[in-house]
Structures are given as structure tokens and as C-alpha cells.
Design a protein around this ligand. Structure first.
Ligand code: NAP
Length: 208
């Protein structure tokens, strides 16, 4: 039997409803056994960007996934410290998952992304290894970069045999940048954030 594990990596600064929707849709639509949400210590493409601390971002993810079946949070990248290269994380999770599998079972890792992140994966460190070793689940919005996405998927399928599962229409129009800007301007963010996260941000005076 193949165990299907989803990995949703992110800055999660902060986690918002769009992230949770993506994780839950991937879980259901791709028939995954679970989804691990893994906040980056330092996102490789955002090394000069200041974020809330790793422990705050982890705590917000834990609040956001409370009582949501199948969603789990991993502190792997935060514990590793330094720049969080996805290929290193995937190697480590694959090893752990294989060890946890019973005899005759194997673990298949599915990296979950939005459209923008996915379209850059071949430029990531060890992109070839990433594209030839794991499956991908991509959250899309109707019409958004669709032609580009189709051509890209066709290209990596041909070159690396990559399995790509498209999740049409799951991207909510929410971004962490918008959440931070609203907080800085004193505006409400409740409808953009999973329950409890807005309170956590206020109590800890984040993003002001
Ligand atoms: P993020 O902004 O926190 O977002 C996390 C994921 O959720 C991204 O795939 C993002 O896709 C998606 N997302 C955001 N808003 C969404 C919405 N409203 N609806 C549906 N999906 C939404 O994380 P990030 O800073 O882009 O990082 C993503 C992952 O890529 C991290 O694990 C990071 O370490 C990894 N990464 C690795 C390398 C490398 O190894 N060299 C380089 C760059 C990034 P979109 O970006 O498409 O919105």
C-alpha cells in the first residue's frame, strides 16, 4: 500500500484561510493520508525579509489546524535553523516516512503549492531532484496564469516524469502581505484568518 503524504511548506507570516483551504482541498481531492504544514526558518527567496519569529509562526499554525482532521504542523525547518531548502526537508521527511511505513508499504510525498510558487520550482536548489522525486499538487484560480501553467506542467512531465495534480479553483484571494498591511492600518482581519489567529496576533502585538 502507498501512504500519500502532503507537504505544504510556507513562510506562513501569518497563516491565513487561503493556506488552510489549499491544505484541506489537497487532502480531500488527492486522497492524502495527512498534510504536514511546515513553516520555513528562512525562505530561500526571502532571505532579506524580516518575519515574525519561527515560534510565533508555529503557534499560529497550531491554532489554525486545531481540530482539523488530517492537518499536522511540523517544526522541522524551524528546528534546523538557517535557510530552509525544500530538497533537504523532503529528503528528511521521506526518510522518516519510509521508516514509519510497515513492510510492503511505501510513502509517496506530495508537495503542495499555489500557482506562483509552483511555476518557479525548477529554479529552486536541486530543482531536478525535487521534480523527479516527488509528486505535486497545485492550487489554481480559474484563468490565473493558466496557459503558462499548462505549458510548464507539460514540460516537467516530459522532462522528469513528474506527477502533477491540479486543484482547480481553490485559491482564495487572500495573501499574508494583505493581512499584515491591514493590521498595520488598524483594520479587521477576522474573515481572512483561521479562528483564533487574529486574537493571537493581537495578544502578541505582531505586525504593528
Ligand atoms: P507562503 O507565502 O507562506 O505560501 C505558502 C503556500 O501557500 C505557497 O505555495 C503559496 O503559493 C500558497 N498560497 C498563498 N496564498 C494562497 C491562497 N490565497 N490560496 C491558495 N494558496 C495560497 O510561502 P512561500 O514564502 O511562498 O514559500 C512556499 C514554499 O516554497 C516554502 O516551503 C519555501 O521554503 C519553499 N521555497 C523553496 C525554495 C528552495 O528550496 N530553493 C525557494 C523558494 C521557496 P503562491 O506563492 O502561489 O501564492
Amino acid at each position: 500500500m502507498v501512504r500519500k503524504i502532503g507537504i505544504l511548506g510556507g513562510s506562513f507570516d501569518p497563516v491565513h484561510r487561503g493556506h488552510i483551504r489549499l491544505a484541506e482541498d489537497a487532502l480531500r481531492e488527492a486522497g492524502l493520508d495527512c498534510v504536514l504544514l511546515i513553516p520555513a526558518a528562512v525562505q530561500p527567496f526571502k532571505q532579506d525579509v524580516k518575519t515574525a519569529s519561527g515560534s510565533h509562526r508555529l503557534n499560529m499554525l497550531r491554532i489554525a489546524t486545531e481540530n482539523r482532521n488530517g492537518l499536522r504542523v511540523s517544526d522541522y525547518e524551524i528546528r534546523q535553523k538557517g535557510v530552509s531548502y525544500t530538497y533537504l526537508t523532503m529528503r528528511a521527511i521521506q526518510k522518516l516516512a519510509d521508516e514509519a511505513c510497515g513492510e510492503g508499504e511505501e510513502a509517496r510525498l506530495h508537495f503542495i503549492t499555489g500557482t506562483d510558487a509552483f511555476l518557479k520550482i525548477d529554479t529552486w536548489m536541486e530543482g531536478e531532484e525535487l521534480l523527479s522525486s516527488y509528486s505535486y499538487i497545485v492550487g489554481t484560480r480559474p484563468g490565473y496564469r493558466q496557459d503558462e501553467l499548462e505549458i510548464y506542467i507539460e514540460g516537467i512531465r516530459k522532462k522528469y516524469g513528474t506527477e502533477v495534480i491540479n486543484l482547480p479553483g481553490v485559491q482564495l484571494n487572500i495573501s499574508s502581505t494583505e493581512v499584515r498591511e491591514r493590521i498595520r492600518s488598524g483594520l479587521e482581519t477576522g474573515s481572512l484568518l483561521p479562528e483564533g489567529v487574529e486574537r493571537y496576533i493581537k495578544e502578541n502585538e505582531l505586525y504593528i
